[in-house]
Design a protein around this ligand. Structure first.
Ligand code: NAP
Length: 317
């Protein structure tokens, strides 16, 4: 298949690009402004989802068999800062891509989030009624509805959870943010009563590519790892993987957090059926996900000096 991946310079999109190539498909990777980042061994082409004319022309020229949309303004804080601008990508751009995919008969996979739920009734099935608390969650839910209204066939909306993985920029995933925070001597607080069910970018990408190859699976699905964990416990386990003492972070509670953080879903987890019993790819445990995490290359010399036990971590290039 010719597979166009949008958001290919990001945390998930870069892993999807690698899975696409690994499975022997032809990759067309796109980013917004990161043309130099290589994904799946290829250079991403800069193409904004906001540019209707250019987007349509490029996809009509390339006529891919499948399109994966990992592009988004994925940080809730960034969405709060410029909600209308974010909407152009998260909602309008996603809808535009779905419409073009339908027009050219391409299979379309769109990535959404657990943040469409309020976290009061976990674990959630894909048939449960969403109730997003944040502007980011609201935009992602609106996009889901618009994308799924385009076509009943050849379309998947895959809701995923907090992603563990290695991003091309080395700045986008949990462990990368923790390491950079420590390097900048920031005070890092993680809540022990905020529960998530993280997924791995590599494992999720394999699930995405299997969905590309299984055209009989259509509609809205949930994907995550196999276990729940608090944000604090996840941070501790990440630090342990890198041989860094857990005293370097602070244990906090949502109950006593500053009101500035806004209302957050306390407990987000998914029921992975029916998808997990239909796919060959299976969800990973927290430990399996953590084993895949690497030190960003530009942080390596800092890390060797900073870690309490750097020899406990073996960097695989
Ligand atoms: N990260 C998580 O923990 C998480 C959890 C649940 C769901 N998700 C969802 O998973 C998907 C991927 O998230 P991620 O964390 O991998 O995102 P990410 O690392 O922030 O990457 C976002 C990607 O979108 C591209 N992009 C941004 N604006 C664009 C525009 N106007 N036109 C075209 N491309 C644009 C970026 O390109 P540049 O690099 O050029 O800016 C980048 O490639 C998103 O749908 C997100 O909502 C993420």
């Amino acid at each position: 298949m010719k597979v166009a991946v949008f958001g290919a310079s990001g945390l998930l999109g870069s892993a999807v690009s690698q899975s696409v190539v690994r499975r022997g498909h032809l990759l067309y990777p796109y980013s917004n402004v990161s043309p130099t980042v290589h994904s799946g061994g290829q250079r991403c082409e800069a193409l904004s989802l906001e540019n209707d004319e250019q987007l349509t022309r490029e996809l009509f020229d390339q006529w891919p068999d499948a399109i994966v949309n990992c592009a988004a303004v994925s940080s809730p804080d960034a969405v709060n800062l410029f909600p209308e601008k974010a909407k152009l990508v998260n909602v309008v751009g996603a809808h535009r891509l779905a419409s073009i995919a339908s027009h050219i008969g391409a299979r379309f996979i769109h990535i959404s989030t657990d943040m469409v739920f309020d976290g009061k009734n976990s674990p959630y099935r894909s048939t449960d009624v969403p109730n997003p608390l944040s502007e980011y969650g609201k935009q992602k839910l609106e996009a889901e509805k618009k994308v799924l209204s385009v076509n009943e066939e050849n379309i998947v909306v895959l809701r995923i959870t907090l992603i563990n993985g290695n991003s091309p920029s080395g700045k986008r995933s949990q462990h990368e943010k923790i390491l950079r925070g420590l390097a900048e001597q920031k005070t890092l607080t993680f809540f022990d009563d905020e529960i998530r069910q993280p997924c791995s970018s590599e494992n999720t990408s394999d699930a995405v590519v299997e969905l590309l190859e299984r055209p009989q699976l259509n509609g809205l699905f949930h994907w995550a790892g196999s276990e729940e964990v608090s944000r604090y416990e996840l941070a501790i386990r990440i630090l342990r993987h890198f041989g860094i003492n857990s005293e370097k972070i602070i244990r906090g509670s949502v109950q006593t957090a500053s009101a500035e953080l806004g209302e957050r879903p306390n407990h987000l987890s998914f029921i992975l059926e029916p998808l997990s019993s239909k796919l060959c790819v299976q969800p990973l445990s927290i430990e399996e996900q953590i084993q895949q995490l690497k030190i960003p290359l530009d942080m390596y010399s800092w890390y060797r000096k900073f870690a309490d036990c750097p020899s406990s971590y073996v960097h695989r290039f």
